[in-house]
Design a protein around this ligand. Sequence first.
Ligand SMILES: *Cc1c(COP(=O)(O)O)cnc(C)c1O
Length: 232
Amino acid sequence: MFEAWQDVLRRIDEAVVSIQRPAGSVRLLAVSKTFPAEAVRTLYGHGQRAFGENYVQEFAAKRAALAELAGIEWHFIGPLQSNKSRSVAEGADWVHTVDRLKIAERLSAQRPDARGELNVCIQVNVSGEASKSGVAPDDAVALAGAVAALPRLRLRGLMCIPEPTADPARLAGQFAQLRQLQQALNARGHALDTLSMGMSADLETAIAEGATLVRVGTAIFGRRDALNRSER
Ligand SMILES: *Cc1c(COP(=O)(O)O)cnc(C)c1O
């Protein structure tokens, strides 16, 4: 796992250098979903701090098991149902998948004051696929305005999961759409500093289009097979 993690860090560095962005301008979120808490502990021991989880119960269990790891940062990146928002509001440092006001209102109401502001990204459906979560690009401005006004949340940026496609130009176009939306929001007075986009297979393309945080699972931890998926 150490070598795989190092390889991903090297891929990020090379992508950043090749488009002449400043060193350190892209963070790695290690997506540990379906892998045991011990895998997170090992990677933490090597120096990784930000970890991403998709399933509320798995997130809560892993966070509890690793509570003694100082400075670990938990990012919730899965679909979020209102009735399961509490443990995310209480335990997460970041939520990447806010795509409707109702969920943002619940996170805001349930965030304990003592935990400080919860960093949130709005998930945008850049591919327009009917099956995808995320707010429609045309509705993102209104949602961002409403989310930014809520207490105990800090709107940090935008997140997307592009459509699976073998066409690099199409993929790049979807990442570019997220960046353009960020620019449009910042022109309206927001101060969004985060573009959460890019995964194991496409992080270079995402970085070329402006990603500031890439979410990488498979390339670090290996394939999520039926065995570890059953641990959810
Ligand atoms: C699982 C997941 C990832 C990681 O994907 P890999 O292809 O394994 O790198 C990134 N983002 C989200 C939202 C995910 O659900």
